[in-house]
Design a protein around this ligand. Structure first.
Ligand code: AHR
Length: 503
């Protein structure tokens, strides 16, 4: 049986876990908004048309900030189409997803929904087909109290109080050739810097995210970050990273090790940001907003769902509706481990996305909402990972993978908050359980609060409309503490969360 050992030392602090690490993303894409969070005819819908069952699940998931309204969608979006009387809102072509946008939901409605779920708004401006002026306009509409044309328009639309949006994304994936308005790093970097400076003339305290690469495999990765930051370093606070993982050619071992890529991605972007910092002699540090991450069976979707017919622009079609297996959720949980161990520099992250579209929550029109397998690692980590992320002394047996070479079979991250410590573990072996020992002596006398594992003898098992509770977390009864050592056995292809507290 493979083994792993780790030592927990509450003094070995990586950094404070920012609540924004547990953010998510709602894009006007497929059925995320329409038939997802918003379905006026649904039996659980409130007076605004928001599904109550979805609100409940989002609360249970423990989501902090939510990025909105895109995504690729934002690069063709006119924010003003989505405010004011609904019956006067235009229907528009959404070129990113070859759909019709009805504009029934816009900034004001989304802010109302966020109040229901208790999350913060992170707003993306359109720097694809629009620019500085439109960014200033939406900022004025959202954040200025009153007494100007756009703030008074918001008030006339029924929103007396400003939305007070603190965090703003300067466009989306502008490095991607698929992005409306995509250009060079120089072009985008200059536009992002101009926009940031203008927005800061309105409010110097805004937190601004400049677009980094849409994946570590992008041909411009690295050079893009450097150039964009050379333009915008003084004017922004974060650079974004996006990453989606899927098995390639059925290679499960490499897929289960996807966090190795995420680790490298984060560390490379941190190095580049710090290099630009040093070259400028700046005393300001740029952090990462990992504002799109997930498992996504992208190749399958792009091949099967591409609509090109100029006569066909469906409203809220079923797009990117991945059904997640146990193995997917284990990879997903390991990505959370990667984010946590970089908590000093990844201070914001958004699980892409939230409902129906590559999502932890699925819905049927007029029917139920249910938790996908990925729901569980997210909810458990969001609930338990508070305080400081710890640097772990981890040793583990290893195995070879085609994509990443030799990787540890067991990976882990831990957090410590006063007397409460949480450990998150993954076993990447597809055949064998792993025996893990954790030295908890430095925590003082601690007792086990909970040990819960996601695993299944069928790693392809998923939660579906017909069987919505097939997969969930189960108590891991192997976990025991004796003589300052916590021992636990991790089933093959599993994700586990342990919680211990001072006695
Ligand atoms: O999340 C789905 C899409 O993935 C987003 O619209 C885009 O930003 C990314 O490529």
């Amino acid at each position: 049986m493979p083994t792993a050992h780790l030592t927990l030392d509450p003094r070995a602090v990586v950094g404070t876990v920012n609540r924004r690490l547990f953010g998510s993303f709602v894009e006007h894409l497929g059925r995320c908004v329409y038939d997802g969070i918003y379905e006026p005819g649904h039996p659980t819908a409130d007076a605004h048309g928001f599904r109550g069952d979805v609100v409940e699940l989002v609360r249970e998931l423990g989501v902090s900030a939510i990025r909105y309204p895109g995504g690729n969608f934002v690069s063709g979006y006119r924010w003003e189409d989505g405010v004011g009387p609904r019956d006067q809102r235009p229907r528009r072509l959404d070129l990113a997803w070859h759909s019709t946008e009805t504009n029934e939901v816009g900034l004001d409605e989304f802010a109302t929904w966020l109040e229901l779920v208790g999350s913060e708004l992170m707003y993306a401006v359109n720097l694809g087909t629009r620019g500085v002026l439109e960014a200033l306009d939406v900022l004025e509409y959202a954040n200025i109290r009153s007494g100007t044309r756009l703030s008074d328009w918001r008030i006339a639309n029924g929103r007396t109080e400003p939305h007070r949006v603190g965090m703003w994304c300067l466009g989306n994936e502008m490095d991607g050739p698929w992005q409306l308005g995509h250009g060079t790093a120089d072009e985008y970097g200059a536009l992002a810097a101009k926009t940031a400076r203008a927005m800061r003339q309105v409010d110097p305290d805004l937190e601004l995210v400049v677009c980094g690469s849409s994946g570590s495999a992008m041909p411009t990765f690295g050079a893009w970050e450097r150039t964009v930051l050379e333009h915008s370093y003084d004017d922004v606070d974060y650079i974004s990273c996006h990453a989606y993982y899927e098995p390639k050619n059925g290679d499960l071992d490499s897929f289960l090790a996807s966090a190795v890529d995420m680790d490298g991605f984060i560390e490379t972007v941190v190095s580049i940001a710090d290099e630009v910092k040093a070259a400028r002699g700046s005393d300001k540090t740029i952090n990462i907003s990992f504002d799109e991450w997930n498992v996504w069976y992208m190749q399958r979707h792009l091949a099967e769902e591409k609509i090109t017919d100029v006569e066909q622009w469906p409203v809220a079609p079923r797009l990117l509706e991945d059904s997640y297996s146990v193995a997917d959720a284990v990879v997903f949980g390991s990505l959370l481990i990667s984010l946590l161990r970089h908590a000093d520099r990844v201070t914001s992250a958004s699980l892409a996305q939230l409902v129906n579209v590559i999502a932890p929550i699925m819905t049927e029109p007029g029917g139920p909402a249910w938790r996908q397998t990925t729901f569980f690692p997210f909810a458990e980590t969001s609930r338990l990972a508070t305080g400081e992320a710890l640097a772990l002394a981890l040793t583990s047996d290893t195995h070879e993978t085609e994509q990443y070479g030799k990787v540890p079979l067991v990976d882990a991250a831990a957090t410590h908050d006063n007397g409460a410590t949480a450990v998150f573990l993954v076993n990447r072996s597809t055949t064998e359980p792993a025996a893990v020992t954790i030295d908890v002596a430095a925590l003082g006398g601690v007792g086990l609060v909970s040990a819960r594992t996601l695993s299944d003898s069928d790693i392809t098992a998923a939660n579906t409309l017909g069987d919505p509770e097939r997969v969930g977390l189960a108590d891991n009864t192997s976990a025991v503490i004796a003589d300052g050592i916590l021992s636990v056995t991790l089933p093959p292809v599993s994700w586990t969360a342990l919680s211990v507290a001072t006695r």
